[in-house]
Design a protein around this ligand. Structure first.
Ligand code: AMP
Length: 549
């Protein structure tokens, strides 16, 4: 096992108990894929808009890709930044990178210099994998820029056609498959199942994104238990429309179906192309995030839903009318609550309608422990009352990577992760179900992408005319929430284009740019002197209601 002081390990007793209980295996993620591929070589592993592979093909192609990566001089443990959209080669590259013993870093295709610079330095990224030909932005050129003056980044890898980087999918093309297999086996044999497999990014902490280390055994267990919770087998066909290189994408749509030999039907956010794909491929399961809560109103939904047996709603509180509408179409639906840090809750098949319609269900693992705490304390509230959801268990992190100060605040004294979400426990049909009731962490949930309010405020304050700033979520019918910035200025008022130009100049990902600016003479404060965000949020909500009655 590697010893890295930046990594907080599970206590040895807990790790031993999880393994003894049969939750954690002893294989790496790459070896889990090879085992499943041997059992289901001819079944579809991935069906995407731009191509398809069986498990047998995926296993062979990713061996070659891994051999090619090793030939480039990349070494096991080297972090690789991923900036890819939902396409077949994103999944091929995922497993190829893992097979070479490299560590994928789940940055988003939408991230820019502000995010990538910070994250790549934090993890010591060695390679940057980007997609060629993305609309409106040259990711390859961006990756070449990022490499300049960077202490560790030395390789630009490209999915698609662009000769400015190393074309990933043709890597290892000339290698003998048997030799590639030997190279992969050698690398994998040296990896401990409790070593870091993947770096995810946190959606819900202060300042710049925190890095979440996910380890081989616990991460695969998370996915396998997710597949079990929905009762999947190798005939299941899981559709996914939201970003795949993200915790929900990797757990729910890549590792989970693959843990049982099931297919991933990989679409994009565009329903016009994804619903026909689901119809053609007979998708049986789909996860709908907030941006797709209205998918059932799309004219293509009926055909896409012909083989669907499970629709899972996630990412934000589910309106009762939405649940009713899906039920009225004769489709079973349930809910998922999950986070990059670990904990997942689902409403199992067989769960009471009330549980599926009004709660996010129960934790995946019998070894998950959850507590609802009086915020800011370690005292539990009684069942039925709202408090901060805290959790500990066999796939929830015990500390962010290289963040000792933050970890001291983010965990209780006995290692429960404070989620920043408000929740209550309700007894339904004998189950202790959790309902999500809001959050105390200061972020905006924009269609599933989390925007840290403090990060945006600090960026606003770098504008010479901004004297004070407070950023809040404003309701949005499509995305759930968008960003509204309240500012106090010196001199002339600022308009939205000026603010956007400021964020562009700072090279900040576009989804974080404020989408509305409101001016104030001063920022309102609570009795204890904190920014009164509740008041600002109520004010912008009222304004929007007035504007769009
Ligand atoms: P991420 O790590 O980006 O997947 O974000 C996790 C966060 O998304 C959680 O801590 C919640 O704040 C939010 N979230 C996820 N699922 C739900 C849900 N079903 N209902 C409400 N909020 C959710």
């Amino acid at each position: 096992m590697t010893t890295d002081p930046r990594l907080v390990r599970y206590p040895a007793d807990d790790a031993a108990a999880y393994r003894a209980a049969g939750l954690w295996g002893t294989a790496t993620i790459a070896n889990e894929l090879t085992r499943v591929a041997a059992a289901h070589p001819d079944r579809d592993a991935v069906v995407a808009l731009d191509g398809r592979v069986t498990f047998g093909e995926l296993d062979t192609r990713t061996d070659l890709l891994a051999a090619g990566l090793l030939d480039l001089g990349l070494r096991p443990g080297d972090p690789v930044l991923f900036q890819l959209t939902n396409r077949l080669d994103a999944v091929v590259a995922w497993y190829g990178v893992l097979k070479a013993g490299l560590v994928p870093v789940c940055t988003l295709a939408a991230h820019r210099g502000h995010e990538i610079g910070e994250i790549s330095r934090r993890v010591g990224a060695v390679a940057h994998l980007v997609e060629a030909g993305t609309r409106g932005f040259d990711l390859v050129g961006f990756a070449l820029d990022q490499q300049r003056d960077h202490p560790t980044l030395r390789q630009v890898l490209v999915v698609g056609d662009d000769d400015r980087g190393v074309p990933v999918t043709s890597l290892g093309a000339g290698t003998d498959p048997a030799a590639a297999r030997v190279a992969v086996e050698k690398v994998q044999a040296a990896i401990d199942p409790d070593d870091v497999a993947v770096f995810q990014l946190s959606g819900g902490t202060t300042g710049v994104p925190k890095v979440i280390p996910r380890l081989h055994a616990e991460y695969w267990y998370n996915a396998a238990e997710y597949a079990r919770s929905w009762g999947w087998d190798s005939t299941t066909r899981v559709a996914h429309l939201i970003p795949i290189i993200h915790n929900a994408g990797i757990v729910c749509a890549v590792h989970a179906p693959h843990s049982v030999g099931a297919a991933l039907v990989l679409g994009t956010a565009d329903l016009d192309e994804s619903l026909p794909l689901m119809a053609r491929e007979g998708a049986t399961h789909v996860l709908l995030g907030h941006g797709h809560f209205r998918a059932a109103d799309h004219p293509g939904f009926a055909a896409a839903a012909a083989a669907l047996t499970q629709v899972v709603l996630s990412g934000a509180k589910v309106p009762p009318a939405l649940f009713d509408a899906i039920e009225a179409r004769g489709i079973w639906s349930g809910q998922l609550f999950g986070m990059g840090e670990g904990l997942f809750l689902t409403t199992r098949p067989g769960a009471a309608r009330e549980a599926r319609a009004t709660t996010v269900g129960t934790p995946l693992s019998p070894h998950d422990e959850i507590r609802i705490l009086v915020p800011g304390s370690e005292d539990e509230v009684p069942d039925g009352e709202v408090g901060e959801l805290a959790c500990r268990g066999p796939y929830t992190l015990r500390g962010y990577f290289d963040a000792p100060d933050h970890n001291a605040r983010a965990f209780t004294s006995d290692g429960f992760y404070r989620t920043g979400d408000l929740a209550a426990v309700r007894s339904i049909g004998g189950d202790r179900c959790v309902s999500v009731e809001g959050r105390i962490k200061d972020l905006i949930n924009r269609g599933g992408e989390k925007i840290n309010a403090e990060e945006v405020e600090l960026l606003l304050l770098r504008h010479p005319r901004v004297a004070a700033a407070a950023v809040v979520a404003m309701p949005d019918p499509r995305l759930g929430e968008r960003t509204c910035a309240y500012v106090v200025v010196r001199g002339e008022p600022l308009d939205l284009p000026e603010v956007q130009a400021h964020f562009a100049a700072l090279d900040v990902a576009k989804f974080k740019w404020p989408e509305r600016i409101e001016h104030l003479d001063e920022i309102p404060r609570t009795l204890v002197g904190k920014t009164d965000k509740k008041r600002l949020q109520a004010a912008i909500t009222a304004t929007l209601t007035e504007e769009n009655p």
